[in-house]
Design a protein around this ligand. Sequence first.
Ligand code: TRP
Length: 344
Amino acid sequence: MLGDMDVRTDKNTNRPVALSGDRPTGPLHLGHLVGSLNERVKLQDTHDLTVMIADMQALTVYADNPARIEAAALGLMLDYLSVGLDPDKVRFVQQSGIPALSELFMLYLNLVSVNRLQRNPTIKSELAGQMGGQGASAGFVTHPVSQAADITAFRATAIPVGEDQLPLLEQANEIVARVNALQGRTILPTIRPILSRTPRLLGIDGAAKCGKSQGNGIALIDTPDMVRSKVQSMFTDPQHLKASDPGRIEGNVVIQYLDALDDNAEAMAELKLHYQKGGLGDAVLKKRLVEQIEAVLPPIRRRRAYYMRDLGAVKALLRNGTMEGRMIAQETLTAVRGAFKLAA
Ligand code: TRP
């Protein structure tokens, strides 16, 4: 049962609780790696970390194609394992395998106004485009509430995410405050986003963000040939025609990717100055970026090949983690139902 403690710590490890997840809509890319996955890999040694495959959330956009979600879910597990999330340290869970999440979601819906949901920037920015121009599904409009259920079910406090998720976490904290007010004491802890050095990565086409479903990122599963051709196609500075011309670094995708991957801040600062002054060609820049990416991806490809040999074992990791998650979420649900004075 939940105590008065404001932070759940894992019984065995006494660690603070972290949770993150992804919608299974397509392969993860470098934006995910530098934005959130690398942070998760760090947290697995200090936190009780749950990583969720949010298949119910994917349904809010892709209900017309459940098979795609199913396939992408297995792909996500492989992405997770290949970036170095260790199945001995991390609890992998599948959202749809934890019914308590749906009940929490339903209860929380009563704590959020329709106006507030429509003002959520994540919702606002996507409302028009979805369902062949028909607008978004009711499931999509309310998914910030479902995400609050995911996080609070585990009493997680540390949420490693990209910048695009911040409005959702803000709204989740509003729900946390309302549940605690109902109960008259803290039963759910406050949520804190964990942002990386690069909380947002541009798409290779210069779009504000690379999306899993748009295919404008460099996927972790891309082959060296694909990496090379994607880097070749990257947007730089359209005014930078000759190597000797001064180049712009703002909005320059190649520069931004180099920045994200190169930990040597001094070398990067020098490179940028050189580019701005003139005398550094795009070909040199792109070659350097291919080298950087090809320094990062090979261990990821190796781990992936290893886990691919036994997909049954990979699926079992998810099943077992989900069972454990069910028990944790059920405890939270019992406490939240209590706050709402529902049938015991
Ligand atoms: N919204 C996240 C995404 O689009 C996925 C997600 C679902 C999530 N539940 C979560 C992220 C809980 C962090 C915490 O990828």
